[in-house]
Design a protein around this ligand. Structure first.
Ligand code: SAH
Length: 270
């Protein structure tokens, strides 16, 4: 098989560090006979390690050349106890940001893993969350900066609109950092592994989820400015005070519960 030349437009940075792969697989801990989904299998370093646990892997790969050769790259994986790899790798030559994950859901929610293409990671996360109860847990390698945002608590430097929107829907747990040298070619940034578990019980009550998304977007339009400033024309200072939210606070100090209080209040929609 010819060596694959990494394509920049597909965000290709292939893992080549066996220790990092083993840590990722240990954190995901597929059960023998579990059916899992891998996004962006690339040259199959992680895929092989996943297959070796005895799991069945649905691999979704956008690059047609890589999708076409993945099965051959994964041939001969030792699964122990005479288990055959045949039929345990199902390759989907497709765009994960448009893929209908509901079609793969079996008995229970799917667990999804991947060293994601960083250029599409945020839309991909929201696309997965939109699959609702089809997805049970996700373990992803992402840019560290993005993981730090996903996991950030209010009133810290990394807390942003993305933190609020993800934490509304998932439990976020940052696991560990991975240096650029673990990849080929090395990315310019440090990466991190994160576990995301969609919430089965909403952490806050929302009158209208779209209204919540709207208010969070507006509130963070200028993160260094006050709420009073960002929400001018949307909600009056007195109304903010009535909600027990000081108008001179910055958006990055509000908890999920406070954003919910704002979103549930009656105000002029913009
Ligand atoms: N997991 C592999 C490769 C990671 S690089 C490894 O660790 O070695 C990211 C991979 O995602 C590449 O294989 C790239 O072709 C693929 N990819 C990029 N955009 C994608 C998309 N929208 N849907 C599915 N796969 C995608």
């Amino acid at each position: 098989m010819s060596a694959h030349r990494a394509r920049k437009r597909f965000g290709q940075h292939f893992l080549h560090d066996a220790y990092v792969v083993s840590r990722i697989v240990a954190a995901f801990a597929p059960a023998r006979d579990e059916t899992i989904v891998e996004i962006g299998p690339g040259t199959g370093m992680l895929t092989r390690a996943l297959l070796a646990t005895g799991a069945t892997v649905h691999a979704i790969e956008l690059d047609r050349d890589l999708a076409a050769t993945l099965e051959a790259r994964c041939a001969g994986v030792d699964m122990g106890a005479g288990v055959d790899v045949d039929g345990r790798l199902i390759v989907h030559s497709a765009d994960a940001t448009r893929f209908d994950f509901g079609t793969l859901a079996g008995a229970g929610p799917l667990r999804v893993i991947g060293n994601l293409p960083y250029n599409v990671s945020t839309p991909l996360l929201f696309h997965l969350l939109d699959a609702g109860s089809a997805i049970g847990e996700m373990l992803f390698m992402l840019q560290r900066e993005v993981v730090d945002r996903l996991a950030a608590a209010p009133d810290t430097a990394d807390y942003a609109r993305l933190s609020v929107m993800m934490q509304l829907r998932c439990d976020v747990e940052k696991l560990f950092d991975v240096a650029p040298g673990a990849f080929s070619p090395p990315p310019k940034v440090t990466s991190s592994v994160v576990r995301l578990v969609p919430r089965t019980v909403a952490p806050v009550r929302l009158r209208d989820p779209a209204q919540f998304a709207n208010i969070v977007r507006l509130a963070f339009a200028h993160p260094r400015k006050t709420l009073k400033n960002n929400l001018r024309g949307v909600i009056a200072d007195d109304a903010l005070r009535a909600l027990q939210i000081d108008p001179v606070r910055r958006p990055g100090t509000l908890t999920l519960e406070e954003f919910a209080r704002l979103a549930n209040a009656e105000f002029r929609t913009v």
